[in-house]
Each structure stands twice: as C-alpha cells, then as structure tokens.
Design a binder for this molecule. Structure first.
Ligand code: HSE
Length: 409
C-alpha cells in the first residue's frame, strides 16, 4: 500500500483527490499495489466532503508524517510550497507537482535534494497540463537527439488569438471574454505577456537538452500588441498567428524564445485552437511528432499528476533516474537564430515608404489589403533575428512601424 498526501485542495488538488478515489482499482493495477489518499493539507474547511476526515491544517501532518510515501503539491506559488517539499524530500518522500513556477525557480535544488535522499521529484503536469510530454521526451524518445521543440503552451492566449481570428474582435474584447469564462486571471500578465509559456519552454529545454532551469535569459514577447489587422494579413498570407514557444538544438548549444508568430496554415500547430495546447517535437530518429490536448483544467492536470504518482509507486523500490539528461546543451543567444519577420508600416501604394523598405531590407515581399489603404506589410528574407530587428529599428526613425512579428516555419 502506497500512501499519498495532497498539499492544496484547490482546483487541481481536488481533481487529484477525485481521480485517486474514483479510479482507485485501475490505479492499483497499474501501480502494482493500492494507492491510498491519506492526508490533505489545506487551511480552509471542507466539512461537507465524504473524505473530510483526511484534512489537516498542519503541514507537519504531511511532510513529517512517517506514514506518507508520496506528497502531491498543488498549492501554487514558490513559498511555502518549496519549503514543505524540501522537508518532505529530506524525510524520504517522493514529491509530484504541477507547479511550473516552483520547478523553474527551485527545481534544480529540489531535484538535487531528491537525489541525495533516494526519492523522485516529478513534474509531468507542469507543462501542457494533461498532455504527456516530459515522460515521452525523457523515456520514449530516449534513443533520439531532440532537435526542436515548438509549442503552443498557453491555453489562455491561444483562446484569445482564436477569438480574434474567428470572432473578428480586438485583443481587449477577447481578453475580457477569456476572463469571463475563467480562462484568464484578473491580472492576466503572466499569460498574455508570455511569461507562463516561457517557464514551460524552459522546463522542456531542461528535459530535452539539459538546459539550466532558469528562464530569465529566454526572450519572450506577448500577444497584447496584436490586432485584428494582423489576423487579416495572416489570412491573406495563408497563415495563422500563434504564441509560439520554441527551443532549438544547434551544434553549439540551444536557443529558446517565446513570441507571436505567423505560421503556415499547413503546419499542424496552426490548427491548434481555443484553449488547447500542443507540442511539436522533431527528433533525429523519430522525425516529427505532435502531442496535443488540454493544457490546463482540473481533471487533465490531475490526470498527469496521478500518472506521476503511479510511476513513482511502480518504481518505489528502485528509484528512477530523476534527471536522465540526454544532453547538456549551452544556452545561446536567441537573437542569433535565423528567422523572417512580418512587419506592417504606414504608407500608401507606390509611395516613398515602399522604396525605403526595399532599399534598406532588400528583396522583401510586399502585401497590401484593400481595407487598409494607408499601410502595407512586408515579409523579410531569412537573417538572424537581431540583424533583422536592427534594420527595423533603423526604419522606425523614418516611417511608422505598426507591427512586427515572427514569420516562422
Ligand atoms: N494559465 C495557464 C494557461 C494555465 O492558460 O495555459 C496552465 O498552466
């Protein structure tokens, strides 16, 4: 019998309790022994629940309790979750979490403590919610060099972009809708500015390339400056606008970035809409594969957590390699990555602006939409991102730049 405690009975924690209880016999079969929910740490009262007797307000009842084998952390935030986890690991308890912020900020330390104490620190649910991605990268693709990961890793922004495209609404309207539906938080900064996706691509870079768990050097742009006009140009160009999180292995190391990009309508990521997430992986032996599903929500996220719990129980008597790096890639400056850019500028047909753009950027493709007679867009050739940005900055002194986003794949 393996005994599990949950810290935090919010949306995800209550989902874990639900799955452990309702699928108990299936879980026991897969884990090789019964898995019993034994304790739940939460400061709130849940007297009406059928498992109300499991609740405690004292963290020691979980982290210092010799009966508990596995602690599931669903509290969110870095503290006090990290302190509780550290104590649990030192008390030889395996820990499973969905908390991406905690993984990025304290993951290196907590993994080391887990290894020193012969237990596992697992976080499948921290990226892509219910989508299996960390275990596939670590285990199923262990015989491959991963070459590139490109993901739509944030459901809130993907919903907003889908509404802007299909509903013809502006960013603010789509954001308000997302907030009404409970997708976006009252302070939506972490989602719309790309920080959430940055944490997730940081974790995937760590798993695939042995990159440090530090997202501070991953450049990220959000979707807050996108407009309906961008969606119309994308349609004209046979492309979709997505918030992409990319991590690419190159000979000298790897680079990662997050930002809105126009991707071809034929690319599988272009049809990932609404709140769905997807991770498109390119590996040297496998080729391309895409992992698609619900990147957030009570049961999808709890499903991934419970998968980690089963894995831990199955391997309880022989600890899995907590950190089976395939690689140890150095972080490179994402500004050196070759890309193309889509840029919108003010300027009438055959005006001096078109000539200026062509003079300074060479052979660009110009696109005009009849409904925007006072502007045009152009698509650059392929060059390192920083070199292109420098040219756009130089143009900005001479004409009005209305938009600039990546034109990837
Ligand atoms: N805010 C996140 C999203 C939740 O919208 O995808 C899951 O990490």
């Amino acid at each position: 019998m393996a005994k599990v405690a949950i810290m935090g009975h919010g949306v995800v924690g209550s989902g874990v309790a639900h799955i452990l209880r309702s699928n108990a016999s299936l879980i026991a079969r897969h884990a090789g022994e019964p898995v019993e929910l034994t304790r739940i740490l939460d400061l709130r009262d849940f007297a009406d629940l059928p498992y109300a007797d499991l609740f405690t307000k004292d963290s020691a009842d979980v982290v210092d309790n010799p009966q508990i084998d596995i602690v599931v952390e669903c509290m969110g935030g870095v503290e006090p979750a990290a302190t509780f986890i550290e104590r649990a690991l030192k008390n030889h308890k395996h820990v499973v979490t969905s908390n991406k912020e905690l993984v990025v900020v304290r993951g290196t330390r907590l993994t080391a403590i887990a290894q020193e104490n012969g237990v596992n620190f697992m976080y499948e649910a921290s990226v892509g919610g219910g989508i299996p991605i960390i275990r596939p990268l670590r285990q199923c693709l262990a015989a491959n060099h991963i070459q590139r990961i490109a993901g739509i890793l944030n459901g809130t922004t993907n919903y907003i972009l889908t509404r802007m495209r299909d509903g013809g609404v502006d960013f603010d309207v789509a954001l308000a809708e997302a907030q009404k539906l409970g997708y976006a938080e009252k302070d939506p900064s972490a989602d719309v500015l790309g920080w959430d996706a940055r944490r997730k691509i940081c974790i995937l870079s760590h798993v695939a390339f042995g990159a440090p768990l530090d997202d501070s050097k991953i450049p990220s742009e959000g979707i807050d400056k996108l407009t309906r006009a961008d969606m119309l140009y994308a349609k004209e160009l046979g492309r979709a606008v997505k918030l992409l999180a990319v991590s690419q292995r190159v000979e000298a190391g790897y680079y990662a970035y997050v930002g809105p990009a126009m991707i071809p309508a034929g690319h599988p990521l272009s049809v990932v809409d609404d709140v769905f997430n997807a991770v498109f992986v390119t590996a040297d032996m496998l080729g391309d594969a895409m992992f698609y599903g619900r990147g957030a929500g009570k049961l999808p996220t709890a499903s991934a957590i419970c998968g980690d719990v089963v894995d831990v129980v199955w391997h309880k008597n022989g600890v899995k390699a907590a950190e089976a790096y395939q690689d140890q890639a150095d972080a490179l400056d994402a500004g050196t990555a070759v890309t193309r850019l889509f840029v919108r500028v003010k300027g009438e047909e055959n005006g001096p602006e078109e000539q200026l753009v062509q003079k300074q950027l060479g052979d660009v493709r110009i696109v005009r939409l009849l409904r925007f007679p006072d502007e045009f867009a152009f698509i650059t050739g392929e060059e390192p991102f920083d070199a292109l940005q420098k040219k756009i900055d130089a143009l900005a002194g001479q004409l009005e730049i209305r938009q600039r986003l990546r034109y990837d794949f």
